[in-house]
Design a protein. Structure first.
Length: 86
């Protein structure tokens, strides 16, 4: 793989364009864009970029799941308190 930033930028742009044409824009995610910039500069290789992005996605998913669970737990305890009053 070429370490030339212009070549990497052109490759990245082709991938972004293909994804957008398929209705899956990938350049809207700031974490992805930051990693792509590191790859373009040659600071990281594609394997590291992929691994780090998968870590970001896993963290985002865990945070979303945590946010969904919190209100449910609060509501369940509220229902439990109301049931105990009856």
């Amino acid at each position: 793989m070429s370490t030339n930033p212009e070549t990497r930028r052109a490759i990245a742009q082709r991938v972004i364009d293909r994804a957008a044409a398929r209705g899956m824009p990938i350049d809207k995610d700031p974490a992805f864009v930051a990693l792509l910039e590191e790859w373009t500069r040659g600071d990281i290789d594609m394997k590291a970029m992929r691994e780090r992005y998968l870590d970001v996605i896993a963290l985002q998913t865990a945070e979303r799941r945590g946010q969904r669970k919190s209100p449910l737990v609060i509501n369940l305890s509220k229902w439990s308190d109301e049931a105990n009053k009856e």
